[in-house]
Write a protein that binds this ligand. Structure first.
Ligand code: TRP
Ligand code: ZN
Length: 472
């Protein structure tokens, strides 16, 4: 069949379906003629991640987990706004079984193809309309192994589970628009057996008894959050609460949790979070969220630290001052100011690494220049330009971290400390809770400095290979 007749056959099938449904051809009451939203956002590294045609503003996740069986049951209520006339739209979900879905209260047809759920609402959704969709689901959530070998998604631990989502794992525990460009507020309600605790992002707003000897915790994240930064930590924890005044709007809670096996050895550093946030506030501007903290696990339970919003997660052996400074720096760079696509990851990792260099400069008698020279001498840092990771394996490689930080140091060398620190604070202030591209950054730096720095960008951000050592 040639393309043209296939389209005509398709149109005939649609017309028949409309007749069968008793439609007159005007569609829903508003008369829109929608098309399906795209099944992916064409991210250069993950083309099928996320979905087109709508923008999520809020996720309400109501979850229950039983560590004994490993079973997760959930209901996601997603509030979104259509960005086109929609006849159908997709959500990303890996594994799990969907029991049913609604759109604006009416049952919606659900189709499943791999990690893509397609929901077809009873009535089409008009461009600009806000709509609410619910998905009920459950099952044994998956651990996702990335191409670089690291594990994310749902990680079972000795006494519970950890949900971590960078870059793609959040689709293992809730359906959504799983691309960093679609940030949203969250309310996460999680019920677990009373012997364990359940932590998530943001502020704990309620804790109550639930039927069956269980406990329900309610977590509220008011500021926009990329789904890869959503976190659940279920298990036995020793918790510790304090406060910070590093935020813009007054005192915020700082809640840390540690597996009992590593609680004592990590208590002193956990207690230093407020003082580190105060120092970061001086350099980066006010802390952008309404809560802070950390979750520290046994090394057997997680293999890397992650900057999950408001409450980063660490394996005990990486819970050191530098890694804590790094993950807390991400709260400004990555969490509040988030990448528009995964190729902009150096805007996360370059800044968080530079945060470590600044800490070493202020507290460890090691000027950032020393760390710059060390990174410059590291052959692995030159494998590709930081603004151009080529594959998912490149996301967390040395060029993103080390060369990303070198870019910032080169700016500092060019413009001097006063302007550099103005940029360091001005960038997350200007783009607070938004998404940014590498070009947004270079444009911003040039606007603050009034200079054409294209030579610096060409060599340090986009250039292949190692340049001559700068004389400074
Ligand atoms: N983004 C984390 C950090 O640097 C690191 C990270 C997340 C990572 N996922 C990973 C590192 C997978 C290696 C492999 O704070
Ligand atoms: Zn990082």
């Amino acid at each position: 069949m040639n393309t043209r007749s296939r389209i005509r056959a398709g149109a005939a099938a649609v017309a028949l379906a409309l007749l069968a449904a008793g439609c007159t051809g005007s569609g829903s009451g508003s008369g829109v003629r929608g098309t399906p939203g795209a099944a992916g956002l064409r991210d250069p590294l993950f083309p099928r991640l996320g979905n087109g045609g709508y923008d999520v503003s809020h996720y309400a996740l109501t979850l229950s987990y039983d560590p004994a069986t490993g079973r997760l049951d959930g209901r996601a209520e997603i509030t979104a706004k259509a960005t086109q006339d929609l006849s159908a739209f997709n959500l990303d979900l890996a594994g799990l079984t969907v029991r049913g879905a609604t759109v604006d209260g009416a049952p919606a047809a659900v189709n499943r193809a791999g990690d893509e759920l397609t929901l077809r609402p009873h009535d089409e959704i008009e461009d600009g309309a806000e709509f609410r969709t619910t998905v009920s689901y459950g099952g044994l959530p998956q651990t996702i192994t990335d191409s670089d070998g690291s594990e994310e998604g749902w990680l079972k631990t000795a006494d519970g589970a950890l949900a971590l989502g960078e870059p793609t794992g959040s689709m293992a525990w809730f359906p959504g628009n799983h691309h960093p460009s679609d940030k949203a507020a969250y309310d996460i309600t999680i019920t677990v057996p009373s012997g364990v605790k359940a932590l998530s992002n943001g502020v704990l707003t309620a804790e109550k008894q639930a039927p069956g000897g269980r406990t329900t915790s309610v977590w509220h994240v008011a500021e926009p959050m990329a789904s890869y930064l959503a976190m659940l930590a279920i298990g036995r924890y020793d918790t510790s609460s304090t406060t910070s005044t590093a935020g813009a709007g007054g005192t915020i809670p700082v809640l840390t949790a540690a597996d009992p096996e590593v609680a004592a050895e990590t208590a002193a550093l956990r207690a230093r979070i407020p003082e580190i946030l105060d120092w970061q506030k001086e350099n980066f501007g006010p802390y952008p969220f309404a809560a802070s903290g950390a979750v520290v696990e046994r090394d057997d339970d997680v293999g890397y630290a992650l900057e999950t919003q408001t409450r980063p997660v660490f394996p005990a052996s990486s819970f050191d001052t530098h890694t804590l400074v790094h993950e807390l720096a991400h709260q400004w760079y990555g969490d509040s100011v988030s990448p528009a696509s995964w190729k902009d990851i150096w805007l996360n990792e370059g800044f968080a690494t530079y945060g470590e260099w600044l800490y070493a400069e202020d507290f460890e008698h090691t000027p950032a220049q020393k760390n710059f020279e060390k990174a410059f001498a590291n052959d692995a840092a030159w494998a590709f330009p930081p603004a151009a990771p080529r594959t998912p394996e490149d996301l967390f490689a040395a060029p993103v971290y080390q060369r990303g930080a070198m870019v910032l140091h080169r700016i500092r060398q060019e413009v001097g400390d006063d302007t550099f620190f103005e940029i360091l604070e001005g960038w997350p202030t200007k783009h607070r809770h938004a998404n940014v591209t590498t070009e947004d950054f270079t444009t911003y730096v040039e606007s603050v400095t009034g200079r054409d720095l294209s030579g610096l960008w060409d060599v340090w951000l986009y250039g292949d290979g190692k340049p001559d050592k700068p004389t400074d």
